[in-house]
Design a protein around this ligand. Structure first.
Ligand code: NAD
Ligand code: GLY
Length: 376
C-alpha cells in the first residue's frame, strides 16, 4: 500500500514537489509520468542500491509504459569524482539521451549530487528526478538543487545549482540502511531543530530514539518536517545569498574534522556535523550568545541516540586545535579571509556571523580538547 504527503518548493519555473511516504517506489511510474516529456528515463544508481531496489523501480516503469535504461556505479564517496562524472556523461550520451529526456538519481547523496551535476551540464541542462535512498539524502541532499563533485582540492568544490523536477522520498527504503548511516542522516534532522525549530528539537528529544530505531511513523514525521524546513529556506534563498547558509550549522567545524580524519570511513559526514553542531553551540556559549544548558541538552541528546558528541571521541587532543582552525580557513564559505560561522542564541535560534576572531576559536578548541568528552 502507498501513503503519501506532498510538499511544494515554490521556485517559479523551477518549482517542484517533494513526495514523502511509504510504498512510493512501487508506483514511481505513475508518480513520475506527469513530469516526463516522453515515456523514457535513464536511472543512475549505485551497486548496493541497485541490488536492493532497482528491480522494483524497473517493474514500476514497465507497468506505467515508461522505457528505461540503467547506469550502475560503484558505491561510496570516491564515485563523486571527475572520472565517474566523465564516465556518466559519456554513457548518457551513448544512450542517445535527448535534451527533453529525464535522468533519475536512485541513491544516497553521492548518486544524487553526481547525477544532478551531470544533468546540469548535459545538453546545457536536462531534467532530473531525485529518489533518495538514505536518510541524509531524504532530509537534505535531494532537496534544494546543490549538485557537484569532489576534487583533490576538496569536497563539492565543483558543481551547479540545478533543481530536480520531483523528489520521491520513500521512507520504506530506509529499512535496509545500515544503522550508522541512519544515525548520520539523523544528525541533519536535528540540525533543522537546532537552527530554527525549538519544537522539533523537543519532539526529537522524546521521539529521536524511535527515529533511529527505524519506527516508520517517527521516520516519516522526521523526513516531512525536515523537507518542509529545507523547502522553506531554499524558496527564500535558492542560491545561498544569505539565510540558506544557516543550513551549514555545524558544517564549518564538521568540515575541519572531516579534513583532519582524511575523509575516510572512520568519520561519516553526518557524524562530523553532529560534533560540529556541539562545537558551534560550545563556541556560542563561550562568546556569551547562548546558555550552557542548551549546549548540554544537545550533547545529551546525541549521546542518548548514539551519535558522537565531542572531537575527543575521534581521538583529537589539545594540540590539534591549531590544525582545525587552519582547516576551517580553507572552507569554501570563507570570504575576504574571514570564516562565516553559524552560531546560536538558543536551540532553534541560529545566526550567521563573520565576526569571530580565529584566536577566539583556537582558544575555545584548545580548552574543549583538553576537557573530557562530557564537557563542552
Ligand atoms: P552515500 O550516497 O554514499 O550512501 C551511503 C551508503 O549507503 C552507500 O554505500 C550506499 O550504497 C548505501 N545505501 C544507500 N541507500 C541505501 C539503502 N536504502 N539501503 C542500504 N544501503 C544504502 O552517502 P549519503 O550519506 O547519502 O550522502 C553523502 C553525500 O551527500 C556526500 O557526498 C555529501 O557531500 C552529499 N551532500 C549533499 C548535499 C546537497 O545539498 N547536495 C547535502 C548534504 C550532503
Ligand atoms: N546542505 C546545505 C544546503 O543544501 O544548502
Amino acid at each position: 500500500m502507498s501513503t503519501r504527503e506532498v510538499l511544494h518548493v515554490p521556485l517559479g519555473d523551477r518549482a517542484y514537489d517533494i513526495v514523502v511516504g511509504s510504498g512510493l517506489l512501487g508506483c514511481a511510474g505513475e508518480l513520475i509520468g506527469p513530469v516526463l516529456n516522453r515515456p523514457r528515463v535513464v536511472v543512475v544508481t549505485d551497486r548496493t542500491v541497485a541490488g536492493l531496489y532497482l528491480e522494483t523501480l524497473q517493474a514500476a516503469f514497465d507497468t506505467a509504459g515508461i522505457s528505461h535504461d540503467t547506469i550502475v556505479l560503484p558505491p561510496g564517496e570516491q564515485t563523486k569524482d571527475f572520472q565517474h562524472f566523465e564516465e556518466l556523461l559519456d554513457r548518457l550520451l551513448d544512450m542517445g539521451l535527448e535534451r527533453s529526456d529525464m535522468v533519475i538519481a536512485l541513491g544516497g547523496g553521492v548518486i544524487g549530487d553526481l547525477t544532478g551535476f551531470a544533468a546540469s551540464v548535459l545538453h546545457r541542462g536536462i531534467d532530473f528526478i531525485q529518489i533518495p535512498t538514505t536518510l541524509l539524502a531524504q532530509v537534505d541532499s535531494s532537496v534544494g538543487g546543490k549538485t557537484g563533485i569532489d576534487t583533490r582540492h576538496g569536497k563539492n568544490l565543483i558543481g551547479a545549482f540545478h533543481q530536480p523536477r520531483l523528489v520521491l522520498a520513500d521512507t520504506d527504503i530506509l529499512a535496509t540502511l545500515p544503522r550508522r548511516e541512519l544515525l548520520a542522516g539523523y544528525a541533519e534532522v536535528v540540525k533543522y531543530g537546532l537552527l530554527g525549530d525549538h519544537a522539533l528539537f523537543e519532539w526529537l528529544e522524546v521521539h529521536g530514539s524511535a527515529v533511529v530505531a527505524g519506527d516508520p511513523d517517527a521516520i516519516r514525521r522526521a523526513v516531512l518536517t525536515s523537507c518542509a524546513a529545507k523547502a522553506r529556506v531554499v524558496a527564500a534563498d535558492e542560491k545561498e545569498a544569505g539565510e540558506r547558509a544557516l543550513l551549514n550549522l555545524g558544517h564549518t567545524f564538521g568540515h575541519a574534522l572531516e579534513v583532519a580524519s582524511g575523509f575516510g570511513a572512520d568519520l561519516l559526514h553526518g557524524e562530523a556535523v553532529a560534533i560540529g553542531m556541539v562545537m558551534a553551540f560550545g563556541l556560542s556559549v563561550r562568546l556569551g550568545h547562548c546558555s550552557r544548558q542548551d549546549a548540554g541538552r544537545i550533547r545529551q541528546h546525541f549521546k542518548a541516540v548514539g551519535l558522537p558528541a565531542h572531537p575527543r571521541d575521534l581521538g583529537l587532543a589539545e594540540q590539534d586545535a591549531g590544525v582545525l582552525v587552519e582547516h576551517m580557513a580553507q572552507d569554501k564559505k570563507v570570504q575576504d579571509g574571514r570564516v562565516t560561522f553559524v552560531l546560536a542564541r538558543a536551540i532553534g535560534d541560529a545566526f550567521l556571523t563573520r565576526d569571530v576572531e580565529p584566536a577566539a576559536v583556537r582558544d575555545y578548541l584548545s580548552q574543549m580538547l583538553s576537557q573530557p568528552s562530557d564537557a563542552a
